[in-house]
Design a protein around this ligand. Structure first.
Ligand code: AMP
Length: 259
């Protein structure tokens, strides 16, 4: 059944991945609303909040052409006035992997998503599988707090060499850009080995070998698709997740194993 209002939250610097979310919502919903807000709450003190790519004019143009009906671009002062003091904490799922590497990141994500859902009151929320742990955090938040919205997860859009589109890809220099697709290749290697019946550790080792020596691996793991707890063996639904640094740029990617 067609849903009345679909919502796509973004931080702007739009790319082909964002546009797949818009197209999916466009096909499902009567009205499509997108937001652009670079959320200060989800960046750590040493992270790239200040230099995060911002290109509002271009983004507005792209969204208009892609059939978004309403664009919401709040400013930081109105979202987080000086007396703002309420935060959403989803518990242990927010403390592993991305949550461990970026303390308070998911508290920032959960809080802004809750605020945006309160303001927009959509029927359907569109999220990218690219940010796998974020999708699990938001699904948990919606379930735990009985938020009346359905969630649709949209598959990751990639460059022809496999690199997932990301607003942060603009930070990659030539050498980093050449090495960056090896993150996805490494995850594919893990997947192939698991499918061939290799035990988890052997599969992960295969992935580590497939990663470019130019990359600094932060983690590569097989995790439960809902809880993000490490799985000792392949048991769908699951994600193979990875994070690595290419030069100064930290990239994440994943493969979803539904069955
Ligand atoms: P961001 O602007 O990075 O906060 O992303 C906004 C939404 O787009 C999130 O739900 C992301 O998961 C999603 N997204 C980001 N990159 C991709 C991609 N390559 N393919 C599909 N969705 C994506």
């Amino acid at each position: 059944m067609e849903r009345p209002l679909g919502f796509i939250p973004t931080m702007g610097a739009l790319h082909t991945g964002h546009l797949r979310l818009v197209r999916t919502a466009r096909a499902d919903c009567q009205r499509v609303l997108s937001s652009i807000f670079v959320n200060p709450l989800q960046f750590g003190a040493s992270e790239d909040f200040e230099r995060y790519p911002r290109q509002m004019e271009e983004d507005i143009d792209v969204l208009k052409r892609s059939g978004v009906d309403v664009l919401f671009t709040p400013d930081a002062e109105s979202m987080f006035p000086p007396d703002f003091s309420t935060f959403v904490d989803v518990g242990s799922i927010a403390t592993s992997f991305e949550g461990a590497a970026r303390p308070n990141h998911f508290r920032g994500v959960a809080t802004i998503v809750m605020k945006l859902l309160g303001i927009v009151a959509p029927d359907a929320l569109y999220l990218g599988q690219k940010d796998a742990q974020q999708t699990a955090v938001v699904r948990k938040l919606v379930r735990d707090l009985n938020v009346p919205v359905s969630i649709r997860i949209v598959g990751t859009v990639r460059e022809s060499d496999g690199l997932a589109f990301s607003s942060r890809n603009v930070y990659l220099n030539e050498e980093d850009r050449c090495a960056a697709p090896s993150l996805y290749r490494a995850l594919q290697e893990v997947h192939a080995k698991l499918l061939n019946g290799h035990p988890r550790e052997a599969a992960l080792q295969g992935g580590r070998v497939a990663l470019s020596p130019h990359a600094a691996l932060e983690y590569m793991e097989l995790v439960d698709g809902d809880t993000f707890r490490v799985l000792p063996e392949m048991r769908p639904p699951a994600f193979i997740i990875g994070a690595a640094r290419f030069g100064n740029t930290r990239l994440i990617d994943n493969i979803w194993i539904s069955q």
